[in-house]
Design a protein. Structure first.
Length: 437
């Protein structure tokens, strides 16, 4: 007689790297004939994959845990399991403060450990499912994590504390996973890691060679993959051969996410970024020169403890001068046990937010002008979804969820398909287009 197994809801918080971890867990759960439900009210057990990166993310994780614990106290859940970065970073404190959680396990725990803990749910770890995931994004794109952890000593960042040192995923495993994703209908691979440009340089690889170009080259040969998008390219010691493969390979998008965080030498030094303003500037302009039409995305941190008014003005002027194609801005978050935690968090939150708004206002003007210049152009888009009377798509310049979108007039378009569209109007962060017949 087949034993009935309890329904499970998995809640994912935080970044795309966490999402990939959850997709592997879901694959193992499903392989054990355990029903996965969307609504936690329909579940007997909840697994929460937490984020512990910045204060706001930590609070969201705590709130989610407490909501599940309350459901358990009301008899609506049997078990609550907590995974991920927050659990890794604060396991002892969490076990003391929220003992109602049945088990805590971290992002750095081995899969066998995680599924050993979940064995009481009837989950047996299956090695033959390595590389197998349940894709939770729209089925035409997926994130592909090529490494774990980070060796960079950035003063503000707790990722090495939570995720450990850099570990490159073997190329054969990356390709096997990508092949499986392509077989499921994935057309766009978004390459992620804490530092993707460090791939191959860690101690597990005998050659200790930064060889992300090899990874991209091999991925580009996989049938069915039409777009490959590179994220989290660390600027220090950047491997310049990347520009050639991006430029010369048809299905590698002319797009790069390269978080610079700041431009002032004073702040870069205090942040321990391992690069100067001059070297950053040389790199950014070289990328633009080597890859015509490339979309450069970056992220910035403002309100860092050592950021003076002069440093912030320098950063503002640089954003105006370089005109990044895509830009995200975060306010500094004081993180326990980081190098910057030894610095007084001297900039008031109100001032941090003012500086963030100022930089985003500058970017809004840049984005609007660039968008207006694209009116009349015909571009290739990938359709993500339909909302009301519009189909929503993206060009090669846009990563899902963080970049702008294109609202498209058309009939009977299919989600996950590519179309040529003509842009007829533009706003600061949106374009409007119609299908070219």
């Amino acid at each position: 007689m087949k034993v009935k197994k309890d329904k499970v809801k998995l809640i994912t918080l935080g970044c795309s790297k966490n999402l990939v971890d959850s997709e592997f867990i879901l694959s193992q759960i499903k392989s054990n004939d355990i029903e996965i439900v969307e609504d936690e009210n329909d579940a007997e057990n909840v697994i929460i994959n937490t984020c512990g990166f910045i204060e706001a993310a930590k609070q969201e994780s705590i709130d989610t845990i407490m909501r599940a614990v309350n459901l358990k106290s009301e008899g609506k859940l049997k078990n609550v399991y907590v995974a991920g970065c927050l659990s890794d970073r604060y396991k002892t404190e969490l076990e003391k403060d929220i003992p109602e959680v049945d088990k805590y396990f971290g992002a750095t725990d081995k899969p066998q450990t995680i599924f050993g803990i979940l064995n009481e749910l009837g989950v047996d770890y299956k090695k033959n499912l390595i590389g197998e995931r349940i894709v939770t994004t729209p089925s035409h794109f997926a994130y592909l994590k090529i490494s774990e952890g980070c060796d960079n000593p950035c003063s503000f960042c707790a990722i090495p504390i939570m995720r450990g040192g850099h570990r490159s995923k073997p190329l054969e495993e990356i390709l096997m996973e990508a092949q499986k994703l392509a077989s499921k209908g994935v057309k766009e691979l978004i390459i992620i890691g804490q530092d993707t440009t460090y791939w191959g340089f860690d101690k597990n690889f005998s050659e200790r060679k930064r060889d992300l170009s090899q990874v991209l080259s091999e991925l580009s040969k996989i049938k069915g993959i039409e777009w490959i998008r590179l994220m989290y390219a660390y600027p220090s010691r950047f491997p310049y051969d990347l520009t050639h493969i991006i430029r010369d390979t048809e299905n590698i998008c002319n797009y790069i996410d390269i978080p610079i965080q700041h431009i002032s030498d004073n702040v870069l030094k205090s942040m321990r970024r391992g690069i100067t303003k001059k070297n950053l500037t040389d790199l950014l302009y070289k990328i633009r020169e080597e890859v015509p039409g490339i979309c450069i995305r970056t992220t910035l941190i403002t309100g860092y403890p050592d950021e003076t008014d002069k440093d912030f003005e320098e950063l503002s002027e640089y954003v105006k001068e370089f005109e990044f194609d895509r830009l995200g801005v975060f306010t500094y978050s004081h993180e326990d046990n980081t190098h910057a935690a030894n610095l007084p968090d001297r900039i008031p939150e109100k001032e941090k937010l003012r500086r963030q708004r100022h930089l985003l206002d500058i970017q809004k003007e840049i984005s609007f002008r660039k968008n207006r210049e694209s009116v009349g152009n015909v571009i290739k888009v990938l359709i993500d979804r339909k909302e009301n009377d519009y189909y929503i798509g993206r060009s090669y310049k846009d990563s899902p969820e963080i970049d702008q979108e294109i609202f498209i007039n058309g009939k009977d378009l299919k989600t996950g398909n590519f179309y040529d569209v003509k842009i007829f109007d533009a706003e600061e962060f949106d374009l409007f287009a119609e299908v070219v017949i």
